[in-house]
Design a binder for this molecule. Sequence first.
Ligand code: BTN
Length: 259
Amino acid sequence: MSVPPTPDPLGPFLDRTVLPPCWTVRFQPVSPSTNDWARSAAQQGAPDRTVFVADFQTAGRGRQGRVWSAPPGTSLLFSVLLTRGAPAPHLFTMLGSVSTCQAIESMLGLEPRIKWPNDVMVGTKKVCGILAEATEGGAGRFVIVGIGINVNAGAEAFAELPNGSSLVLESGMRVHRGELLVTILDRMDQWLSLPPEDLHSALWQAWDQRIWRRAQQVRVREGDVELEATVIGGSPDGTLALRDAEGRLVRIVAGEILL
Ligand code: BTN
């Protein structure tokens, strides 16, 4: 499948873009899933901080086995291969959501929030999803942080996704996907250049400060269990702390907040 021309062609932009030292970008107009592309490249020895970008995915994947689809050329779809720089995989997912929020804040002046664990929201609308996967293979253990951002998709793309939106719809400004990508990678690079002993607490604080619906009541699901509880905040280990109707502290490890 070919991708129709867009006002912000990614391939030529990335060819002439200078990234922070040690980062490289690979671009394909169409990929089944940039996470799968990153995984097979890692198994063949692709280095730390290689970024895999596509204009369109034919088999994009979301969390919990869901499909992630986006109209061709409207979204920023990429996966970052990381093999060092943080001691725990959950920090890499925080790295993805915090860096994405920072880029949206600086480029568009919006106030995105992180719907636990790692969806990026503008108001009540999801504009970005993150799928982080840790695997052994090739040169050792690696983490793939896959990020899908709805950038320039119009309202028709969300006709059947009432909780989804795009940056252009929320800000009224078209965004160059290449510039957004480079801004996110710059933020990631800044975080990863912190000494490891500082990275964890600084990144957790930046993530926790942006937690969506803090002090508000939400409905959460973990496995077969659903409950109403009030969000306290994110914990350093990546779990979400809430208080239930009886005042008990509850921690969610692998569930989600329901919209
Ligand atoms: C979610 O919200 O469920 C996570 C969605 C993650 C989508 C991105 S798009 C780039 C990367 N490649 C994939 O197949 N998935 C992630």
